[in-house]
Ligand binder design. Structure first.
Ligand code: MSP
Length: 654
């Protein structure tokens, strides 16, 4: 662990109210900051708002306000949401603050004086919504904006440029020699791909005649600076760059800039080159997460499908909302938000698993042990599995925190809870009470409570409110309520002789309204689509550089189905091939597969596998094959893709 942890979110535009995309990045940063604080790592967490530029100016006009009024009104919505979501940022920077503007001007002047910024006539195409100029060659097919695909306008004007192009080779080398600099790996490839084209200088000015809402260039009062030059600087101006060297040295370089995948180029190309020109060290890592989709659709104001985080918190509670966002999104990939997915995860993980264990343990301690434990109990052979699972959970959380795979750490914490429930059922403390086996009863309840203490500690940064409640209910007091991650896993941490409090259910089940068949069908389709989207993203995630990335539409062309193997036999004169008779739902088919060296016919019959169901038939060694079996291969090993539970044949896979 490094000696400091400085994490940032993007600063949000104040042209509109926040949605779950904004909430997600901020919660993620909050959870990372909280974990690091619990590891005693000096931590600084910065968020804020991006208040200049076209978008904000336009919103102000639309709302009949001055731009500053637009900022002052909208910033409150972000600040209130962060309060509601229990975000523990150390600083909130607004780019209209003097502390920021002064330093941006200073940096601009410095770059201008050193010839890093120069004036020139510029002819190009301008995309108003993206606020970006493009050269003719950069436009997408049909002469539209390569980013948003909307129409662009031709412009010739004097502007100021930052000599970004000259840093191209240096940047490529930096990215290649610092694998952690851009994460996850497929985003690094994306930036390197972008850098295979010649890198132009960056236009960093906007004539005031077109856009007046910005920081004035210190060397030409007819211009304001480009909003991205202004915005990116927040990461350093907020921690004392150019103003307070001690503070700056304490926090810079940032450990993580968390961003959404749509602002990758600005962060991984513009920002590092700006820093290089300023002579400032680069951040350690830029982590781009995926998008929250609604079902399979992009969230947007026009579609009217944006999820309102405030409303979700009011309906289901802050902690459950935080938990869902972090547990559901595999960091780096897209994820799908539906109320259905939310309810399912809430009911299974929080109500049935965690809440249920909490309720059962605490109520039985009241019923059978007079509301307190009388001695610390050492785990015996019966507790070996439970202890193992909690140890795995602690190690996993630490490991996945470092590798930015929080969802995996969370999944292992939940696996420990499920083991807790299994242990509890197996040991049946109610029966031990009936039989008067007091010592065993103490052991079972104490051990189950230990599992809860450890898991509640692991999930504390994710659900600070509910986990504090649970920990207090278990008898932890004062400073003990906050877990210490280094010592959390040591068995026996629960103090004895403290009264456990009976708490109302932590996560009451969400009862789903009866659904119409149409609604059910639509939900199933949405879930299927989301699953395929996730899978396609995951495929992308593990794709090495040379593999071309595909669109989801490419992936959905492939029909994957579960199939049951009814019979298998060798193909004569072909020692690698087996002829399989399979069943895909009601349909019977024959497949020839090159797996004879890895499976005998006997091993295959009766198994449910996954097949590509829409391949054109081919004839192999004189035998027709009507599909393909999926298998994974590593070196000399081959394993069939099978299901981890029972499903009938003919089920869609995606
Ligand atoms: N102001 C710039 C960032 C400047 S940082 C120096 C900006 N602001 S934004 O408000 O439009 O977006 C902020 C972040 O929200 C971006 O990282 C963007 O990717 C993220 N999201 C917006 N919609 C999103 C989803 N639907 N899902 C996840 N995050 C998304 O860009």
């Amino acid at each position: 662990m490094s000696n400091h942890f400085y994490v940032t979110t993007p600063i949000y535009y104040v042209n509109d109210k926040p949605h779950i995309g904004h909430a997600y990045t901020t919660i993620l940063a909050d959870v990372l900051a909280r974990y690091h604080r619990l590891l005693d790592v000096p931590t600084w967490f910065l968020t804020g708002t991006d208040e200049h530029g076209q978008k904000v100016q336009e919103a102000a006009v639309k709302n009949g306000m001055t731009p500053q009024e637009q900022c002052d009104t909208t910033v409150v919505r972000f600040q209130e949401l962060w309060q509601k979501l229990e975000i523990t940022h150390d600083d909130f920077i607004r780019t209209t603050e003097e502390r920021h503007k002064t330093i941006v001007r200073k940096a601009l002047q410095d770059l201008y004086d050193r010839g890093e910024i120069y004036g020139a006539d510029y002819e190009g195409w301008y995309c108003t919504p993206c606020e970006r100029f493009f050269m003719e060659k950069d436009l997408a097919e049909g002469g539209v904006c390569p980013d948003c695909k909307r129409a662009v306008n031709k412009l010739v004007e004097k502007n100021y440029f930052f000599r970004m192009g000259k840093y191209q080779q240096w940047l490529v080398e930096h990215i290649e020699s610092h694998p952690e600099f851009i994460q996850p790996a497929h985003r690094r490839q994306e930036t390197l791909g972008f850098l295979r084209q010649p890198l132009n200088d960056l236009c960093i000015s906007r004539p005031k005649s077109r856009l007046s809402w910005g920081i004035e260039l210190p060397f030409d009062a007819n211009y304001v600076t480009y909003v991205w030059f202004d915005a990116l600087m927040n990461y350093v101006t907020a921690v004392g760059y150019g103003a307070d060297n001690g503070t700056f040295a304490k926090w810079w370089p940032a450990s993580y800039h968390l961003i959404g995948k749509d602002i990758l180029t600005t962060h991984t190309v513009y920002w590092p080159t700006m820093l290089k020109a300023l002579g400032v060290e680069l951040p350690r890592s830029i982590f781009a997460h995926g998008w929250w989709l609604v079902g399979r659709d992009k969230m947007s104001k026009t579609a009217g499908n944006a999820v309102n985080p405030m409303q979700m918190c009011e309906q289901y509670g802050v902690d459950a909302f935080r938990y869902f966002l972090l547990a559901e999104m595999s960091l780096g990939n897209d994820a799908s938000f539906t109320e259905e997915a939310f309810t399912n995860r809430y009911n299974s993980d929080l109500a049935n698993d965690l809440g249920n264990l909490g309720k059962r343990v605490i109520s039985m301690v009241h019923r059978f042990l007079g509301g307190k434990f009388s001695a610390v109990v050492k785990p015996g052979p019966e507790e070996a599995e439970l202890e193992k699972m909690t140890t795995i959970a602690v190690d996993s959380m630490k490991k996945h925190l470092a590798s930015m795979q929080l969802e995996r750490g969370i999944a292992d914490a939940l696996a420990a809870v499920r083991e807790g429930n299994r242990y509890f059922d197996k040991m049946a403390p109610w029966a031990l009470a009936k039989q008067g086996k007091t010592e065993e009863l103490q052991r079972v309840l104490y051990s189950s409570a230990e599992c809860l203490r450890i898991v509640s500690g692991l999930l504390y940064p994710v659900m600070p409110g509910k986990m504090a409640e649970l920990r207090r209910a278990l008898g932890l007091e004062g400073a003990e309520v906050e877990p210490h991650l280094e010592t959390l896993g040591a068995w026996g941490g629960l103090p004895v002789g403290r009264a456990l409090t009976d708490v109302p259910p932590l996560f009451p089940r969400i009862e789903k309204p009866e659904e119409s068949p149409e609604a059910k069908k639509a939900a199933a389709e949405a879930a299927k689509a989301a699953k395929s989207a996730k899978k396609a993203e995951q495929t992308k995630a593990s794709a090495p550089a040379i593999v071309e990335l595909i669109e989801i539409t490419d992936f959905t062309k492939v029909s994957l189905k579960t199939a049951k193997i009814l019979a298998a036999e060798p193909v004569p004169d072909a020692d690698k091939l087996l002829k399989l008779q399979i069943e895909i739902g009601a349909e019977k088919r024959q497949i020839v597969s090159g797996i004879a060296k890895f499976y005998t016919p006997e091993q295959l019959v009766g198994r449910t596998v996954v097949v590509v169901a829409n391949l054109k038939p081919v004839v192999l060694r004189g035998v027709e094959s009507q599909g393909m079996l999926l298998a994974a291969k590593a070196g000399k090993e081959l394993r069939l893709v099978t299901l981890d539970g029972d499903l009938p044949s003919g089920a869609g896979v995606g």
